[in-house]
Design a binder for this molecule. Structure first.
Ligand code: FMN
Length: 335
């Protein structure tokens, strides 16, 4: 028995069962195949998503099919996310996504980046629901795999339209919704107001997943309970603490919490680097390591100095050596 016994543990997207109902948020520059496999290896994550990819980089006219569509069989079920604003072009890209075997096609109507909204993509579509509707209908008609929508609460506080968007998307054929309940203008400031997730849940029949500000296991289950959402999506919290999914499973089951040791952290960072090196050129692998270590919760004295040292490292050997040296005393203390 645990306090969380009444919470849902899975949700259904068309024929797919997503279990557990705690999933990895799509993050540009972060959720590539290596990061997704890293997260999945730690357990407790029910679904992973690709980085957002522009439909124009994927459609039949794209010169080289985008690397962001690559995934390994063990990552399934996987959602691949597209952005775009021309219904026919996004529909063509959707067919490519289906052809590579993705389980879910996710459409991004939440990205706040001016580079994306400037072209009328991402959250810019929140300002043109008729266009979003045409796009969603075209995409749903183009593929057999379920189409999901990730969106924000509205463009700004004066134009909150998440309920309207949710209802329209359901009518258009979308199989599940993920709401990051900030506005576009908020970007990542302020708080993610999960009451909006609860409101969306009350106006549609399809699954509703909430996204935003989940930092630890208790947060995730509290938000799941309070909002009545079908699932929780975790982004930055997973970079800070990749074990968060497993910790949620433990908390839910009422078993002993999983304590992450310095040895676990050392193993994770070095394994991530090795996985990156297997997948990409050394320079990119080093950049990926620098990015993760910038967010990763080292939570030991001197962590800031280690971060800086890794950021200054000219090559992977130097970075690896600095990490090993930093963790060595902590590993000895445990041994
Ligand atoms: C670095 C970064 C990249 C992101 N890229 C995407 C993306 O490609 N597609 C998307 O739908 N949302 C993207 N987001 C938004 C996240 O999926 C998520 O909705 C948001 O960060 C709130 O959740 P969190 O507080 O758990 O991070 C990104 C967020 C971050 C921090």
């Amino acid at each position: 028995m645990s306090t969380y016994d009444n919470l849902p543990t899975s949700y259904q997207i068309a024929h797919l069962t997503i279990q557990p109902n705690i999933v990895l948020a799509p993050m540009v520059g972060v959720t590539d195949s290596v990061f997704r496999r890293l997260i999945l290896s730690l357990g407790g994550c029910g679904l992973v998503s690709s980085e957002m990819t522009s439909a124009s980089a994927v459609g039949p006219k794209a010169r080289n099919r985008h690397r962001q569509l690559d995934y390994l069989p063990e990552e399934r079920p996987i959602a691949i996310q597209l952005s775009g604003n021309e219904p026919e072009l996004v529909a063509a890209a959707a067919r490519t996504v289906e052809a590579v075997g993705a389980d879910i096609l996710d459409i991004n109507c939440g990205c706040p980046s001016p580079k994306v909204t400037g072209g009328g993509h991402g959250s810019a579509l929140l300002r043109d629901l008729p266009k979003m509707e045409r796009l969603l209908k075209a995409v749903c008609a183009a593929v057999q795999i379920p189409v999901t929508l990730k969106f924000r609460a509205g463009w700004d506080d004066q134009s909150l339209n998440y309920l309207e968007t949710a209802k329209m998307a359901e009518q258009a054929g979308v199989a599940a919704l993920a709401l990051h309940p900030r506005t576009r203008m908020q970007a990542y400031g302020g708080i993610a107001d999960w009451r909006r997730v609860a409101e969306v849940k009350r106006v549609v029949q399809i699954p509703v997943i909430g996204s935003g500000d989940v930092r630890d296991a208790a947060d995730a289950l509290q938000r799941l309970g309070e909002s009545g959402a079908d699932g929780v999506m975790i982004g930055r919290g997973a970079m800070h603490n990749p074990w968060i999914f497993r910790q949620i499973a433990r908390l839910r089951a009422g078993t002993t919490p999983m304590v992450v040791t310095p040895a676990d952290k050392h193993e994770l960072l070095t394994r991530y680097l090795e996985m990156c090196l297997e997948d990409m050129p050394e320079r990119l692998a080093l950049n990926k390591l620098k990015q993760l270590i910038g967010q990763f919760g080292i939570e030991l004295p001197g962590a800031a100095t280690l971060r800086e040292a890794v950021h200054r490292s000219a090559g992977v050997d130097e970075a690896r050596e600095r990490i090993d040296r930093f963790f060595a005393p902590h590993l000895e203390a445990v041994a």
